[in-house]
Design a protein around this ligand. Sequence first.
Ligand code: UDP
Length: 396
Amino acid sequence: MVSKLFFLIIFVTCYISVSPECDSEQCQVQEDEEEVQNLYSKGDNVIFQQINEAFEAYTPCQNGNNCSCYLPVINADLKPFSKGIQKEMLMAIRDRGTKYQIFNHKLYREKDCLFPARCSGVEYFIKPLLEKLPDMDLIINCRDWPQINKNWGMPLAPIFSFSKTPDYLDIMYPAWSFWEGGPAISLYPTGLGKWDEHRKRLTKAADLPWDKKLKKGFFRGSRTSSERDNLILLSRDDMSLVDAQYTKNQAWKSIADTLGQEPASEVSLEEHCKYKYLFNYRGVAASFRFKHLFLCKSLVFHVGDEWKEFFYDSLKPWVHYVPVKSDASKQEIRELLEFFQRNDDLAQKIAEAGHEQIWSNLRIKDVKCYWRKLLLKYAKLLKYKVEKDKDLIPIY
Ligand code: UDP
């Protein structure tokens, strides 16, 4: 009985190790792959797997001439209003944004605009559409924060905001800063503005070959969110791994606002392109920095996934950027950076995919197209006859 069992074990062992499913050549390949896998740590293998899976599941999206990559965003944002928009719904949120009206192919706005450059950055995109747009009322929020939080028990109301988290029902529009306004820092005293000019300038800066870029993380910005702290602290520990420093913004009062150290000098977006790994964080809301970083052809580390602008969903984690948890510790950030230092070809592959997505699908013409589709679809939902509001002033 014992000897029979012994032979059975030997037989099963031999059968498994000389499985007919792999001939000797295949087996060698399998063994080699296993050996390579074993060379890497468990953490590295998890990242390899995430990248492989993301690329396998990815179908590239090309906008062509109809900004089709972003249509799901318009549809999702307008879905809560599928039963129609009544005038009362707009009245309820009248003071939460700037009132605009398109009437008889002309644009009108309430006299006072809280942020004139932001209003002007919105009006620039509406102006060329007026000929084709029907009458409509619009409440456009030019503040940083979205307005209609699902959890605050507010009645449903259509308000346009540039960025939001999944907690909000605001309808996203392309931020004013594609044309005008945006944060004014000493390097960009009139605001970040003009996306097409940044595209040109950053394309030049991105000429620097991948091998000439510094194998280091980089971040410059103010402390608009404390989520940025761990990166800054990691940089203070190890400047050879990452150079991340806080700059001053208009709200700066003391070194407490730059995490106990003097503010660093600002660094132009072009200068960012000298580094292989660039970090994006939320600020008060989504940061305008994000789209610019891709143009450097550097690898973008995008921290947190809550805050979005209309184009964010077209960018896929591990295909176009490296996703980082918003509460990532210094050690977790270090491990991610070191992974890509060790796996330079993968870093370059993701950097190039990210660049391609933004370069080919976030052109000014895509932004204009988004505005056009958004306003046409929105206008179809209005269930009342728009009447000329005499309190508004003509803009165009
Ligand atoms: N910025 C820059 N160089 C700097 C600091 C900031 O180019 O040295 C840009 C940055 O990319 C962002 C804007 O200025 O688009 C405002 O950055 P900040 O961190 O102050 O605020 P955020 O909007 O990111 O919360």
